[in-house]
Design a protein around this ligand. Sequence first.
Ligand code: AMP
Length: 397
Amino acid sequence: MYRRGYSTRRQGKSSRSFSSRPGKHPRRTEKALNPARFVNKAVAVGEEAAYVVKHGFCDFKIDQQLVGAVAVKGYEVPTPIQDQVIPYIMDGRDVVGIADTGTGKTAAFLLPLIDKILRNRRERVLIIAPTRELAFQIDDEFKSFVREMKLFSVCCVGGMNINRQMSELRRSYNLIVGTPGRLKDLMGRKMIDLSKFNTVVLDEADRMFDMGFIGDTRRILGEMPKNRHTLFFSATISHEIEGLIREFTKDPIRISVKTRDTSKNVEQDIVKIGLGRTKLDVLDELLKKDGFDKVLVFGRTKYGVEKISRALICMGFRADSIHGNKNNSQRKRALGMFKESRIQVLVATDVAARGLDIDSVSHVINYDPPATYDDYIHRIGRTGRLDKRGTALTFIE
Ligand code: AMP
């Protein structure tokens, strides 16, 4: 239901209508998005019928070292996607996992695949991800599991020194995780021979499709043995994605953990800016309130995001930004500082923040409204992860 917006100190006396925003940057779909869709009372965690997990990590018959590594990471019980897909992957079945980031899907495919490599150290695994950040995240999780196992990965993403990746590819490795463009480039340079890879994971296939990477992905898979083990993960299943599932997998088992709207445990509200005030004034007030400890702010353009971040720093906040004009090490550093709670605010564009897994984001603030409702759902999905409560606020001028 549409109710009055979230209160800030000097809540607007009068406010302009959302749909007739006369700003300098008219947005293509802003008019189409009804602010009522940005308001939602969070469902108490645990209110809905919970999935009953059937396995412990010991029941999966994965290597004991791996069970130990899982315990060291503090994972006590498998998440629903892990509970359901791991047995099938262990059996060598192709799997279609319909799951968003935040469900534990990375470990759902990594654990059985690491086990596969431990059983045969000549086994090579390829993981294709749509964004560098997601590739880094997967690589980090892999490295955290295999610390004592003498298994190695190479992360092949664009925007990083290709010579370094080439020298890593000359050494021995068990797994490559990469983005389609850079993988293709390295294949063209004869640095990767995919005929030796029997297992592939396509992560966030729907994003891959949205970002126009399917042609490259098709070419990459075309170099792999036909008789391979394919794992396909996607948050959504559209007509096009169905086509890709048919094209890329063989008799897959389908597991969906989309049993409920992932945004339901996110308290959502609008914040009216009001006449005579700027969005920056309101952001300043909010960030000084209790509980705004780890805040992800979304801006529309790279330029705008940089400007907000600089303004916040000038105002004395610990803030940084991620967007396409920053190089990989700057993005990685900003993200690392945010994850470790060394900065309070991370300002991001939609593309840079896609699929990011950040623990305990207290608030998502839509400084600029999202272009589409789909973008909105992706943005607010950065909070309220793994059944925690979160808050998402959308600024309305
Ligand atoms: P993902 O959906 O793979 O991005 O994972 C989301 C977050 O859940 C990551 O921070 C993981 O470290 C964490 N995670 C994955 N599996 C478990 C588990 N079984 N128990 C607790 N946390 C987990």
